[in-house]
Design a protein around this ligand. Structure first.
Ligand code: GDP
Length: 481
């Protein structure tokens, strides 16, 4: 795909910085930048070697607005600023060996927002268009430099906030998921070709593949797809963050525990019951895994309308939680409000936290038995939010309550819903194909299901896309990527 226009954007984050980069990509990137750049070594951008840094003075348009409005839109040399806007390093990266696959010029300047804006405005004045969010990566995809999952991996890499999410994002960007999907897809294409050849030669009664071979190939493909689907839960938690919700009746120390976990005093901690009325969320990393900690209003019987709304949201948070921390006051006997929380969180992965361990303990053995007998089995951790006792144990218990395999560095993870849905549909099609073989239906039916599976996997890789899908994916990017 050849784009006619040339785009530019500031590629570095907004605000002052050591270095600021303006990126230009498109068929006219070199000749247009040539107008603003004077190489210190002499010569022109058209002559320089690709992928080499060049020291250069970078000029701007003296009056960018007027230049853009002028008939030709092409300022002459005289309309450049009399002195350079900046001196920096310029790199030409000639297509197709560039990020976008097109000619790319990067102007590395001092990282002042005004300066970078002036350079972009000058480029726009001579006919370069400001890039849309993610447009560089979209061009890379449309020019075949990346498949769609890799482009998504670029986005996830930029957005990753913890070690483990960065690791899975980079695997996606490097094409780990695509290569696994491609292996399955290629095996199905081979099988489909053999089955279709059999259909073409049905009169001659020639079989290109035995029913047993079809069964084995389908089973192998299903194993591949199922393996990927099995990684979804852990993959999603790694990309989106694991939602860990603190619940418990008022005043048991939920906000204090959240603070202890954050090691920062952001939640409102007060001795008056029922003051954490809204839901508060903070993200931390435990063993590199992103954990979204959510504090909630205390769950207890109440008639106060404001508190009732808080309690309703708490129930919602429990339903949305990946892990529930059931916080109980170890210095007071287990009561009906506690039992209600234990009951409400019964269907979730959870950890029981017996807080206020610095106070005299008032728990009977019976209370522990209630927790331990309550399925599913959950760890009971003793903490003091006040002294910090048990907080490390609690951090470990949170990680241990998560699905297995999240720390496995070598695994491929399915991290995006789009991928999971496509794999789910491919799985359905393969199961249909298996049924068709088992029911000894005509090969045409098996071929039809195989075609569906192949095209669904192709959708995942971005072989077939709609503008709508691309807009949705690339609009999540920042400008300049
Ligand atoms: P929440 O309503 O469950 O969020 O409870 P808070 O975190 O607001 O704490 C309620 C009260 O219990 C505050 O006075 C805290 O200082 C106190 N508190 C919280 N954790 C502990 C603890 O581990 N030990 C002791 N002694 N007091 C605590």
């Amino acid at each position: 795909m050849v784009h006619e226009d040339t785009i530019c954007a500031i590629a570095t984050p907004p605000g002052p910085g050591g270095i600021g980069i303006v990126r230009v990509s498109g068929p006219s990137a070199v000749p247009l930048c040539e107008r603003l750049v004077r190489l210190r070594c002499g010569g022109t951008l058209a002559q320089v070697r690709s992928h080499r840094l060049q020291l250069a003075d970078i000029f701007g348009c003296a009056d960018p607005q007027a230049a853009r409005g002028s008939e030709s839109g092409r300022p002459g040399v005289s309309r450049l600023t009399p002195s350079p806007l900046d001196t920096g390093l310029v790199t030409v990266m000639r297509g197709p060996h560039s990020y976008t696959g097109e000619d790319v010029v990067e102007l590395q300047c001092h990282g002042g927002p005004l300066l970078l804006r002036r350079i972009c405005e000058s480029l726009m004045a001579i006919g370069v268009r400001l890039a849309e969010p993610g447009e560089f990566t979209k061009r890379a995809f449309l020019n075949g430099r990346l498949d769609l999952t890799q482009a998504e991996g670029v986005l996830d890499t930029i957005q990753a906030r913890t070690e483990a999410s960065l690791r899975v994002a980079q695997e996606l960007m490097r094409g780990r998921l695509s290569s696994e999907v491609e292996v399955v897809q290629a095996s199905l294409i081979r099988l489909l070709a053999q089955i279709e050849a059999g259909i073409d030669f049905v009169e001659e009664d020639i079989a290109f593949v035995t029913p047993e071979e079809v069964t084995n190939a389908l089973a192998a493909a299903l194993r591949g797809v199922n393996k990927l689907l099995d990684s979804w839960e852990a993959g999603r938690l790694l990309r989106e963050g694991t939602k860990v919700v603190l619940v418990g009746k008022p005043n048991v120390g939920k906000s204090s525990l959240l603070n202890a976990l954050l090691k920062a005093d952001r939640a409102i901690v007060t001795p008056i019951p029922g003051t954490t009325r809204d839901v508060l969320e903070e993200t931390i990393a435990i063993e590199g895994i992103p954990i979204r900690l959510v504090d909630t209003a205390g769950v207890r019987e109440t008639l106060d309308p404001v508190e009732l709304e808080g309690v309703r949201r708490t129930r919602q948070s429990i339903d949305d939680a990946d892990v529930v921390l059931v916080v109980l006051d170890g210095s007071a006997p287990l009561d009906d409000d506690d039992r209600r929380v234990v009951e409400q969180s019964g269907t979730r992965r959870r950890v029981f936290v017996m807080n206020k361990a610095d106070c005299a303990h008032r728990w009977s053995d019976e209370a522990r038995t209630v927790l331990q007998s309550d399925p599913p089995q959950a760890a009971i951790v003793t903490t003091s939010a006040r002294t910090g006792l048990g907080i490390e144990v609690l951090r470990r218990a949170i990680v241990q309550s998560l699905p297995r395999g999240m720390e496995a560095a070598q695994e491929v993870f399915v991290t995006r819903l789009r991928h999971r849905e496509a794999l789910g549909r491919a799985r359905e099609a393969l199961l249909h194909a298996q049924d068709a073989v088992a029911d000894r239906l005509s090969s045409e039916f098996v071929a039809m299901d195989l075609r569906a599976a192949v095209s669904t996997l192709g959708e995942l890789l971005g072989e077939v896309t709609t503008d709508d899908l691309l807009d949705r994916i690339f609009s999540e990017f920042c400008i300049g990527k």
